[in-house]
Ligand binder design. Sequence first.
Ligand SMILES: CC(C)=CCC/C(C)=C/COP(=O)(O)O
Length: 265
Amino acid sequence: MPSPRVTRAANSGSPNANGRFEFMSLMTNKTGASDQASARHRPSDSPVHRKDSSSSQQQLPEEDCMKLNPSFLGIALRSLLAVDLWLSKKMGVCAREGSSWGSARPMMKLVEISGHGIPWIAGTIYCLYRTDSYAGREVILNLLFALLLDIILVGIVKGIVKRRRPTQNRMDMFATFSVDKYSFPSGHATRAAMVSRFMLNHLVLAVPVRILVMLWAIVVSLSRVMLGRHNVTDVLFGYFMGHMQYSLVEYFWLSPNTLPALFKI
Ligand SMILES: CC(C)=CCC/C(C)=C/COP(=O)(O)O
């Protein structure tokens, strides 16, 4: 019966008392802890085969089962993320001045500003101040509510998911919050989708202007990936989230009855 010290030395490949290395076969020793670990790799002991084995056999730890039996959802998600990263890198054609469409980067940055929160919030507050029509004030007030809600919800989701921005991104955006170091979802995409839907539903616009509003939302969203700021899934989810936010604003529509003080003209 070897002493625990000798066994440990033998299992770990340490020199024995004679200064020589001794290695004990892990497959033949059925008593040590390391043998249990190695036994997991034997096909006859795999989770699949264990189903047929007697119940006296040891159950695998849960984390091992997950490694050996990844769920379909896990595989699908990993594949989607791999495609997402690959596609986003390919589409990030304005990520740097030296990128294939690098000369279009200044124009893309203008598109970025057109979807930034600050001009939208500042412009909406200005319009609220200038408007003297009752109906106009109601619509603009709700737009302001939508823009603030958007910033809060996007900040919360970014803070929970904490997905890093793509490696090709250069963090040279103006006026960002600390959560804006994260990329999921794209705040520009949520805002563009929400604001465009808001305008199409609450402003009386000629058909060419309606088309321009829709195109603007799509171009702002697309520019996020082209600038290398976001992965494709950040933008797709952001666009979807923007539509959901609009539905939320409609649901909680602020009327003169909810905020009478603001509607005194
Ligand atoms: C400072 C204010 C009022 C808003 C921040 C707007 C901003 C920088 C959002 C980040 O957008 P992406 O997530 O699309 O990069």
